[in-house]
Design a protein around this ligand. Structure first.
Ligand code: AHR
Length: 615
């Protein structure tokens, strides 16, 4: 490998090159990054209709002592469904309640992680003609292990009344549930029951461990909120930003019909922008352009949707005294968010209304916000676009050898038109399993190609980001979690080896003709903010089954600079190329760092079979 470190052969790479893509898929947000512990907090998961579905709420007691149903009596206009609980027993009459009373419980998203000493804020709305004594508790999954109990006396609640309770856990159980019990005979209604840990990132509602794993990647941007989630199978189920802002109780929530689950939209437009800011990443908002998987808004009728998006931009960027900016300010963020990128739709280029709709959105956004960079869904890597765009979206999911070979895909892409945003790349199918080393190596090879073509590619992000271990709709993913645990797949760890690349300098590096086809390499220099020193980084993927001894020759550095060099070598490999990480062995395939004994301008380095090595 010949590396030329002279300035003449160098090129700065985009500051935005590597980021992340968050989609509400596999319960990534609801039951994942968003720390809300109650699943179906508004009893709306069956839709805004009567009867709706209370799933996963269940009754405590039997049907001779408690009957539950839904009706449309909520005080919240946009989500009218409420839970009616009819208690048929009490402590003194003919029908005595079982110990502790009867009521309902919610297991969260496959169990709530309740931790000893931590505090949880419970909020709910209640109504009843009677004055009721409620026993509010956190328990283990079968209700026997008590983790926190508070008695709430709800008197004078003939009108809907908000109740707030702080619960402090006296024990730990990752599989806990919330219970609402009573021994007061009569009928009561509940709505909008929320249980939030106080311990979230900056109190912003993000689960700390999962947030930390994102932050550790140092993403330059975060694309959100999908993917197909943005489109919907049907337009009526697409993500509509206006329905995800303001007080959480008033958000209608919606059924994500592509990934097949309900979300209360606690993680809404504001929270996504906040997430980007907290990650120190630029937000990239993908919005629905009037196209779903099965229906489309004719361009002739699209202007109301265009206005909706302009309003969403004002919400993000407008002055705190503008119509929509003032709502953002009221939500606690008077300063505008740094929104500079939007994508018009997702994977919609071939849809009949796309071009017409795109142009309507494009011209309206450019007129109001000339600095916003607009991303088209149409691939311009081989053929020029027939419409204006700042960037074009490119998605690739394929088997490992195809993804590895696509490292060269952008060699011939135009350098003077819109740049590529590879917003979704991953190995998919058998080669990926639930996240294999093989997949990570192919993706690493692909990303090395992205670095080398970073004059044609401006941004790239892996997909999907998260999978709740109880809802693997899409495999593989970067981060797998349960209520209490999380691990990175090899593809997650692979991305760590690229986190110095944003804004770094790409050096010329050439593998000589006799090198194997299974090798790909890049060389960069990057400045470490901590010590303000400049470092050289060489990355090589060995995508073959043989050990390779690679001679690295570095030219263009001052003669004596090698004397002062210290080098580390980080390797991502494993004994079997199909090895995966798991909760039992979360770091089986993860980077291992060692010191390099001797650094010189000509070095022989050993590359293990199926490995990704960074020097
Ligand atoms: O990442 C999963 C899905 O793959 C995304 O929702 C979609 O954009 C792509 O087809």
């Amino acid at each position: 490998l010949l590396v030329n470190a002279s300035e003449a052969s160098a090129r700065k790479m985009p500051d935005t090159l590597f980021g992340i893509f968050f989609e509400e898929i596999n319960h990534a947000g609801a039951g994942g990054l968003w720390a809300e512990l109650i699943s179906n907090r508004g009893f709306e998961s069956g839709g805004h209709k009567f009867p709706s579905s209370i799933e996963p709420w269940s009754i405590i007691g039997d049907e001779s002592s408690v009957i539950v149903s839904t009706d449309l009596s909520s005080c919240f206009d946009q989500n009218k469904v409420a839970l009616q609980v009819q208690v048929l027993c009490d402590n003194k009459g003919a029908k005595i309640c079982p110990d502790g009373g009867v009521g309902v419980h919610n297991p969260g998203f496959w169990g709530m992680n309740i931790e000893q000493g931590k505090k949880y804020k419970l909020v709910f709305y209640v109504r009843s003609q009677e004055s009721i004594n409620l026993l509010v508790g956190l328990t283990g999954s079968n209700g026997l292990k008590k983790l926190a109990t508070v008695v709430v006396v709800a008197a004078n609640v003939s009108n809907w009344t908000k109740v707030e309770v702080l619960l402090e856990a006296e024990g730990t159980d990752p599989n806990s549930r919330l219970e609402l019990r009573s021994t007061t005979k009569g009928v009561m209604w509940f709505d909008q029951v929320s249980l939030m840990p106080l311990d979230t990132y900056k109190g912003h509602g993000f689960r700390k461990d999962l947030f930390g794993m994102l932050k550790a990647l140092k993403p330059a941007f975060i694309r959100f909120p999908g993917g197909c989630f943005v489109e919907g199978s049907w337009l009526r189920n697409a993500f509509r930003w206006k329905e995800t802002i303001g007080p959480w109780e008033e958000r209608p929530g919606h059924f994500g019909d592509v990934w097949n689950y309900w979300t209360d939209d606690g993680l809404g437009h504001f929270e996504f922008l906040q997430l980007a800011e907290d990650l120190d990443a630029l937000p990239v908002w993908v919005f629905n352009n009037g196209i779903s998987h099965n229906d489309q808004v004719d361009t002739f009728h699209v202007l109301p949707l265009v206005q909706e998006i302009l309003d969403g931009l004002e919400f993000a960027r407008g002055d705190p005294d503008s119509k929509w900016g003032s709502i953002r300010a009221a939500m606690g963020h008077p300063e505008p968010f740094d929104l500079r990128y939007v994508a018009i739709g997702n994977e919609d280029c071939d849809k009949t209304q796309y071009h017409g709709n795109y142009l309507k959105f494009y011209s309206a956004i450019k007129e109001a916000y000339p600095d916003i960079e607009i991303i088209s869904n149409c691939d311009a890597s081989a053929k020029a676009l027939d419409h204006p765009a700042d960037l074009y979206d490119f998605h690739i999911y394929d088997n490992a050898s195809t993804v590895f070979s696509l490292a060269n895909h952008f060699d011939g892409a135009p350098r003077n038109g819109p740049k590529a945003f590879i917003s979704e790349y991953a190995v998919h199918g058998n080669d990926a399993g639930k996240g294999s080393l093989l997949a990570a190596l192919a993706e690493a090879g692909f990303l090395i190609g992205v670095e080398k073509n970073s004059d044609a590619v401006e941004m790239a992000s892996y997909a999907p980001l998260f999978a709740n271990n109880n809802d693997w709709t899409w495999k593989a993913d970067a981060i797998v979690f349960t209520s209490s645990q999380a691990y990175g797949t090899p593809s997650y760890w692979m991305q760590h080896l690229f986190k110095e690349s944003n804004g770094a300098t790409l050096l010329s590096s050439t593998l000589q003709a006799n090198s194997s086809d299974s090798l790909i390499a890049s060389a960069i220099t990057w400045r470490n903010e901590i010590d303000d020193n400049e470092y050289l980084r060489i990355k090589v993927v060995n995508f073959g089954s043989s050990t390779v001894t690679l001679k690295i020759s570095i030219s263009g550095l001052e003669q004596n600079s090698f004397q002062s060099f210290r080098a580390t070598k980080t390797t991502l490999t494993s004994t079997n190329v199909m090895d995966e990480n798991s909760f039992e062995d979360p770091k089986k395939v993860s980077p291992v760092e060692t010191m390099v004994e001797k650094v010189s301008e000509n070095m022989d380095v050993v590359l293990l079979p199926y490995s990704f090595t960074s020097f």
